[in-house]
Every structure is written in C-alpha cells, then in structure tokens.
Write a protein that binds this ligand. Structure first.
Ligand code: UDP
Length: 238
C-alpha cells in the first residue's frame, strides 16, 4: 500500500506492517534504507534532485510528521502516522529479541553515549556492537569501522538530509543491513530533550510542543508546513 504525494511514494500500511516489513529487510541480502519523511524533507527534495532520487530508491518511506498525514488525508488517503522515534525504538526491541546486532551513529559524543547507555538498560538483550558520534568528515572510515562489527540494524541520527545521504552511499560499501535515519531521536533517548507529554503525542501536536520548548525550530514549521499543505492540495509538483 502506498500513495503518491508531490511526486514521492509514501508507504501507507501503518505501524505494525511497517515493522514486519522492516524485519524482512533486516534479513535481506543488501543494504536497505528506510526514510521517515516529513514536510521539511519534501522541501529539500524540491531543491535537490539527488535527494529526490534517494527517497525514490528507498526501500520504505514512512510518514513521520503529522503534516504528511494531513497532506495525505487532504488527498483522500487515510493513514497511520509512524513517528520515526517510536518505530526505531520498536526495531531495537525486535533486534534484542531476535539476537540481531545493532549500531547507532549520530549526535554529539556525550549524547550518543548516554543514549546507548539508557537504551541498553531499558531493552533487555540489546546488543549495540558499534556506536559513533555524528560529527565526522570521513564517511569511508566510518563505513570501514561498521563493516568490522557487522551490525544488521543501523540507526543514523545526523539530521536530514545528511543522514539520508550517509545511508544511501553506504549501500555501495556496507555488508547487508537495514539502515534508518532517525533525526533527533538520540537527543530524546539520552534524556537531553524531553518528548512531548502523551496528550500532545496522541492528538498529533508533538510539533507544537517541540516548537514551544525549542523556539529555534519555528522556521521548520513556518512557512514549511503551510506551504507544503497548500502544494499538496493543489498538487503542484515540488
Ligand atoms: N547531527 C549530527 N551531525 C551533524 C549534524 C547534526 O550528528 O553533522 C545531529 C544533532 O546532534 C542532532 C540530530 O543530528 O542530534 C539532528 O536532529 P534534528 O532535530 O535536527 O533532526 P530532525 O528530527 O529534525 O530531522
């Protein structure tokens, strides 16, 4: 199940089905890429053909932001929103249950270290075989280090589009694994940034909470979100 939104295909099969498909990708014979797409990424795609191709070639594109859910709805498609952070956490739980080695890359050194520490305490049996901060120049060196540890699930938290490019280029050099970009999730898992209270999350207003608590994010909402919604109705190609 998928739906086209402004020239990009979004998978609309919901959380549980996305988890099932991700598990198949983990067992696959190639490097797979899952993109958790939000309105900002549509905006980037508008300006950057290479980024558009990365999304088009991804194995799964799941609707992360509530903006994407609304845009789909305005186009007559009802779908469940899949917050990237919840999805990634669930994949880590699945990895732990099934003895799958995982890697986490991204954020500042103290943030990634603390996040890995917290995750390993919370998720019984989680095996993080490689972790690295997200501030490096030489991607090839990181690919080589990853290959030495052979993780099968790799979470990359370097913000978009940096993380999507890092994952895309990894396809040529890494051993088979599932890779997913998870934006600012490590900041939350480390305890540095608080997630919105459950009520905000249930009503799809997590973005509002994040904007109030981190005013620097306002440029991510305005004008990106309204412009994205208007374009999605008028179906103007990005
Ligand atoms: N980051 C990184 N390397 C970089 C730039 C950013 O590892 O070169 C990290 C940053 O520390 C933060 C995350 O990427 O943890 C970006 O989070 P952001 O909230 O921008 O992501 P979003 O969820 O909005 O995509």
């Amino acid at each position: 199940m998928s739906a086209e939104l402004l020239g990009l295909n979004i998978d609309t099969f919901g959380f549980e089905e996305a988890v099932n498909r991700a598990k198949i990708l983990i067992d696959g014979r190639k490097v797979s890429q899952i993109v958790t797409i939000n309105p900002e990424m549509f905006e980037t795609a508008q300006k950057d053909n290479d980024f558009t191709n990365i999304i088009k070639e991804a194995d799964m594109v799941i609707p992360d932001g509530v903006g994407v859910k609304i845009a789909l709805k305005l186009n007559g498609v009802n779908t469940e929103r899949i917050p990237g952070i919840d999805f990634a956490y669930r994949l880590l739980e699945e990895a732990a249950i099934n003895n799958i080695p995982a890697a986490i890359i991204g954020a500042k050194e103290e943030v990634v270290t603390k996040a890995v520490d917290n995750l390993t305490k919370k998720i019984n049996g989680l095996n993080i075989v490689y972790c690295h901060n997200g501030y490096f120049e030489d991607d090839n060196k990181i690919y080589e280090e990853i290959n030495l540890k052979s993780p099968k699930l790799i979470l990359v938290a370097m913000g978009s589009p940096r993380q999507e490019r890092f994952i895309y280029n990894a396809k040529k050099v890494l051993k088979p694994a599932l890779m997913i970009g998870i934006g600012g999730s490590l900041d939350v898992w480390s305890g540095n940034i608080k997630r919105a209270p459950k009520l905000f999350r249930i009503i799809g207003m997590e973005w509002l909470y994040r904007t109030i608590t981190q005013p620097s994010r306002i440029k991510r909402i305005f004008p990106t979100l309204p412009v994205f919604l208007i374009k999605s109705i008028t179906k103007r190609s990005l």
